[in-house]
Design a binder for this molecule. Structure first.
Ligand code: NAD
Length: 468
């Protein structure tokens, strides 16, 4: 049921008052996270069913693997390390100020807002929520309206597991989301498109709400000369066709040596034949989430064909099943830079191949475009890998694989430039939702007393010392 926008301010007010009255201590946070883990594990199959119903069809295993496992692991990781992360710590004091002492105390911020998208509707709602709770905050969550059954199940589970003044779910469409983004939160994390991310930043600005933006964009996979092997192509295909390409960190397009294009397409055809022997509904291949996304992808392919690109659908010119929004995997060759597939994030099972003759052309191609959310490099030559890492900046990088950088609790996850700002996951998430409060403790005796007026010869000597 949609939450009326008018009630949002009251909801935030109640959460903040409750947080002020009882800011979660470590025992409370550990207990909340344990109860969340139990409630989530008890509903894993329900989430798989709800998400599949929302998509039209989504393989149960993909929901359990990509939405279930990351949440369970995040809770376990955070609970294991929380005591250490919460500890106040000493840092060194500048020599001139000794014997004063310096330290940093991690403090919760207050009430955190989270806005999540439809493509991994559980993972991208609950992993930030876990990090925000671990840091001692209360949370308002606005999940996507495009996966309504999953959003309703999230609301029901969270209401069961945690008191509503600690975590509450707000449901509704873009109008509710816009009102939500304008609330005076203590921090706001948004996951979604770059275009909507800009609106969120603008909505947060009048209240100076700090934001973490987890956005999209085109994530390239650079395949070095000689590296279009069956193993590497399988790794690219596995990352691309998971969730039928509706993954923010899926390889968006491939940069390949011109001489290896045929081998690449052959390996890709073999991969699809082996792993998706039929694209029947109810199988191991997800549907496109809704008609609008499906129509967008079909229009992109039509535009590519009209512009002279070659679209090869796999396996063996599969037609897909439009009624069920099953879009056959497709590789696109010789596409001009001007078409939508080459300019905008694809977010579907369509893989353009761009060829180069000199390796540096691939680096130049990536660097001539907005900084990507993720960058993938397939290469066995360490020097060349180091060259790519030195030349390019991306939100995250995987070498000789893709997507799995997301699964690492010790790697911060976030974009750069138009692919996002800030990061979360594990300790990075704890820090994102905390204030690292610096504390300077003065000693009984301090040399600062010598710096007071009237300024005479002694202050001049001290100044010479300080400015040496
Ligand atoms: P979207 O931007 O259309 O919507 C995301 C959320 O924003 C939804 O909950 C929606 O209700 C809300 N929203 C809509 N209008 C709003 C407004 N004016 N103010 C505030 N919120 C508003 O994105 P989507 O289509 O759900 O997801 C796909 C996009 O998300 C892709 O670009 C993808 O790359 C990106 N994405 C990024 C990550 C990441 O971790 N960086 C992960 C998944 C998806």
């Amino acid at each position: 049921m949609d939450t009326p926008s008018a009630g949002l301010s009251d909801l935030l007010h109640r959460q903040r008052e409750a947080w002020r009255a009882h800011t979660p201590d470590r025992a409370q946070r550990m207990d909340d996270l344990a109860r969340l883990a139990a409630a989530f594990k008890a509903r894993l199959e329900d989430f798989a069913r709800a998400t599949s119903a929302d998509f039209g069809h989504r393989p149960r295993v993909e929901t359990l693997l990509a939405d279930g496992v990351p949440v369970v692991h995040e809770i376990a990781h955070v609970r294991r390390h929380l005591e250490r992360w919460m500890r106040a710590r000493r840092v060194g004091t500048d020599a001139t100020f000794l014997p004063a002492r310096c330290g940093i105390i991690p403090k919760p911020l207050g009430v955190v807002g989270i806005i999540s998208p439809w493509n991994y509707p559980v993972n991208l709602a609950l992993v930030p929520l876990v990090d925000a709770l671990a840091a001692g905050n209360h949370v308002l969550l606005k999940p996507s309206e495009h996966t309504p059954r999953t959003s309703a199940l999230l609301a029901e589970m969270l209401a069961d597991a945690l008191p509503s003044e600690r975590v509450a779910v707000v449901q509704g469409g873009a109008d509710v989301a816009a009102a939500f983004a304008a609330l005076p939160f203590d921090h706001l994390l948004f996951t979604g498109s770059t275009a909507v991310g800009a609106k969120v930043l603008a909505a947060a600005a009048p209240n100076l709400v700090p934001v973490t933006l987890e956005l999209g964009g085109k994530s390239p996979a650079i395949v070095a000369p000689g590296c279009a092997t069956a193993r590497n192509v399988a790794r690219i295909a596995a990352g691309k066709f998971l969730n039928a390409g509706q993954t923010c960190i899926a390889p968006d397009y491939v940069l390949l040596h011109a001489a290896e294009r045929d081998a690449f397409v052959r390996h890709l055809r073999e991969y699809v034949a082996v792993h998706y022997p039929s694209l029947r509904a109810g199988g191991d291949y997800a549907s496109i989430v809704n008609d609008a996304q499906h129509a967008r992808l079909l229009a992109g392919l039509d535009e590519a064909r009209a512009a002279g690109a070659r679209v090869v659908t796999l396996p063996d010119d599969a037609a897909g099943d439009h009624a069920r929004r099953i879009l056959a995997p497709a590789v696109v060759l010789d596409a001009p830079d001007s078409i939508a597939l080459m300019r905008e994030e694809i977010f579907g099972p369509v893989l353009p191949v761009v060829t180069y003759r000199e390796f540096d052309e691939a680096i130049g191609y990536v660097n001539a475009r907005p900084r990507p959310l993720s960058l993938y490099v397939f290469d066995d030559d360490r020097t060349r890998i180091a060259r790519v890492l030195a030349a390019c900046t991306a939100g995250s990088v995987a070498v000789n694989d893709c997507v799995f950088q997301f699964t690492q609790s010790r790697l911060p996850f976030g974009g750069v430039g138009p692919s996002g700002m800030g990061a979360y996951h594990g300790h990075a998430g704890f820090l994102a939702f905390s204030k690292q409060m610096p504390v300077f403790r003065q000693a009984r005796w301090s040399a600062t007393a010598w710096l007071r007026p009237p300024y005479g010869a002694r202050v001049e000597r001290l100044l010479r010392f300080l400015l040496r």
